[in-house]
Every structure is written in C-alpha cells, then in structure tokens.
Design a protein around this ligand. Structure first.
Ligand code: 6MZ
Length: 357
C-alpha cells in the first residue's frame, strides 16, 4: 500500500457530499437525533449496510443532505474533504457538488457555492491552488522544492453538478452559476443523480449552453442499462464520462473510437452491484486497449474507500505493478479540465518523482 499512498495521484470524480469523513457524519447525525428531523429507525439499516443498491445509496444521500445543507457545514466538509485528499498525495482534484437551495436556512444555489469556496479559502494546513491565475504567476509545484517539502500541495478545481431530479430551468441556473463562478475555479458541469430517474432531453439545453460557453462537461453515463440514453450521451461527445458500466457492443465501439476518457470507480461499482464482480469490470479491457482512463473514488465516505485504496484494488485485481500505476496516474493529467499551465506544472512534477516508481 505504501507506494500507492506516496504516489502522486489525480482525482477527477469525487462528489463532495459523498466524500465526508465518517467521524464528521457521525457528529452531525448525533446533533440531530431527538430533534424530530430524522427518524433513525428508517435509515439505520441503510447506514449500516456494506453493499447498498443504487436505490439505497440515493436514500443515503437524501439523509446526508439533511445533515449537511447549511452554509457552515458545507464550508467545513469542503475543507475536510480537500485536506483528506491532499493527505494521500492527491495533487490535482476536481471536486464536484450539486448547488442546493435550502430556504429554511436562507441558502441559494449561489450561496451554497460561495460556502464551498469559503471552505477552499479556509484551508491553512495544505497549500491549495484553486483560483486560475494570470500568465506569469508561479506554479504550485515549481515554486517550492519537491524534496524535503513536508506541506502537501494540491490543485483544486470545481465542477457543478446537475441532479437528475432537477428541471430544465434549474439545470440552466446551475450552468449560469458555473459561468459566474469561473474566476473561483469552477471549470465544468457534471450530470449526476439517481440514474433511474430523469430524462436526458431535460438537461440537453443546459449542457449544450455550458459547452457553447466553454465549460467542460462530464456525464454519468451507463450506470444502469439505458441503451437510448447511453447512445445520446455518447453522441453529445462530452469531454469525459463517469462509470460506463452498462454499455452494449455498439456503445463500446462508439466510445473507443471517440476516445472519450472514462472515470472509473471500482469500489462504487462493486458495492452498488452495478458490476457483478471485479474480474469482469470493464477497466480490464479498456486498460488493455489503452483507452483513456482515470481511477476515481466517486464517494469515498459512502463507500469507505480512498484513492490510494482504489489504486491498490486495481493493481491487485488486474496484476499491475507500480510503474504501470504511476503511468495511469500520470496519464490522467491529460484528461483534467485544467488549463495548459497547470497541466504543464503537473507533468513536470510527475517527471521529477518518476524514478521512484
Ligand atoms: C450518480 C451520484 C453518485 O453533489 O451533494 N452522486 N450520482 N451516481 C453516483 N454513484 C453512486 N454518487 C453521488 O454529492 C452527492 C450527490 O452526488 C450525486 C448524487 O446526486 C448525490 O446526491 P453532492 O455534493
């Protein structure tokens, strides 16, 4: 595990509210028990379960959102999630989250995102770069020596998620918000949420608008079987897709020829029973065929995992050594939604540590 931990890593598919520390969730739950907000007997069995179906995972998210949707908590979990990724040597993180309105605490989608940004700003234990800077500003990794530097350094960029429960108008609101928040590190849009609900046509205008305005787009695609939607998503040609579990032969052909990078979430797919067992996971075939791939956690809190563990899981399951895993991690730089200066800085940093692996 040591080399998986020390290796610099790139995380491109992590949902903020799915990545909360267990200790924080527990503390927040304890604060609400007895206040009539949650009926613990209704959710206890889902919290305690190890493998949760897709439907149960989304029930759990509803519970998590009850616990976290006030400004102070959003700021806190953002800070903790970034500290946690940095502590396992994630050097570039694209963190995604769904802007939420919560009238009872005066929260708008905008103030939700501002609370996230406040969390980013509040980090003092780690060097965080999240605001795109001017041409001649110093890079995160070139500005300090790579050896003997004990403080962790991490680039963080944000993706705003559209939840599949949302209306076309709400989706458009999120895209407009993302455009406004670009100066604070928002680089793209994600489509996520319960894959069993919602209709692709609802989000298309917002996604098209996002692309026209120069935002990057990544889609949860094929998390459940839905042949028509998968085809429509691939036809849309997003810059990346997440999961890609239930593609049919014609989809695989289309995906492979399009070279759209796939965000692979091994533990998530196995725990939600989306993929029957790890030995038939599509990572194996896509890796062999050199399709652009990036290993990700999805929801490190909900699935009790970490990016280090995902690397170890892939290495053990598919017989890959540390050099191959290092290259997998290094290649992911090319699939980030970062600007060319950040990519260059990351490439240089990976080159500087390459001989260790
Ligand atoms: C689809 C998922 C997901 O946005 O509140 N989310 N959507 N598939 C998944 N695989 C298991 N995991 C998480 O983070 C939680 C939200 O992210 C999406 C869901 O919409 C969930 O409510 P945020 O920070």
């Amino acid at each position: 595990m040591e080399w998986c931990l020390s290796m610099p890593k790139v995380e491109l598919h992590a949902h903020l509210n799915g990545s909360i520390r267990d200790s924080t969730l527990l503390e927040l739950t304890e604060g609400l028990i007895g206040k009539g907000v949650i009926d613990i007997s209704e959710v206890e069995h889902i919290i305690k379960k190890y493998n949760r179906s897709v439907a149960e995972v989304f029930k759990l998210f509803d519970l998590i959102h009850i616990l976290t949707t006030d400004h102070k908590t959003v700021t806190r979990i953002t800070r903790e999630v970034i500290e946690d990724f940095a502590s396992e040597n994630v050097v570039y993180l694209e963190l995604r989250t769904t802007p939420k309105r919560n009238d009872s605490v005066g929260m708008t989608k905008r103030s939700y995102v501002e609370a996230v940004i406040k969390g980013l700003r509040s980090i003092t234990s780690v060097d965080v770069d999240f605001v795109p800077r001017c041409e001649d500003s110093k890079s995160l990794f070139s500005s300090v020596p790579a050896i003997g530097h004990v403080r962790k350094r991490i680039y963080v960029r944000l993706l705003l998620s559209i939840d599949r429960r949302e209306t076309a108008e709400a989706a458009m609101e999120t895209v407009k918000l993302a455009l406004e928040m670009r100066p604070f590190g928002v680089v793209g849009i994600d489509l996520s949420g319960n894959p069993n609900i919602g209709d692709w046509a609802t989000y298309l205008p917002a996604l098209k608008f996002a692309r026209e305005q120069g935002l990057y787009v990544t889609l949860h695609c094929g998390e459940v079987p839905n042949s028509v939607e998968i085809k429509n998503m691939l036809d849309f040609r997003p810059q990346r897709i997440g999961h890609a579990c239930h593609l049919e032969d014609e989809h695989w052909r289309q995906l492979k020829s399009s070279k759209i990078p796939v965000e692979i979430c091994l533990t998530s797919n196995i725990r939600t029973l989306t993929i029957r067992s790890i030995d038939v996971h599509h990572f194996g075939e896509l890796y062999k065929e050199k399709h652009p791939l990036v290993l990700c956690t999805d929801d490190s809190g909900v699935f009790s995992t970490s990016l280090t563990e995902e690397y170890k899981y892939a290495a053990d399951s598919f017989g890959l050594g540390r050099r191959e895993m290092f290259e997998l991690s290094r290649n992911a730089i090319e699939y980030t939604f970062a600007d060319s200066k950040v990519k260059e800085d990351l490439r240089n940093f990976f080159n500087s540590v390459a001989k260790k692996y």
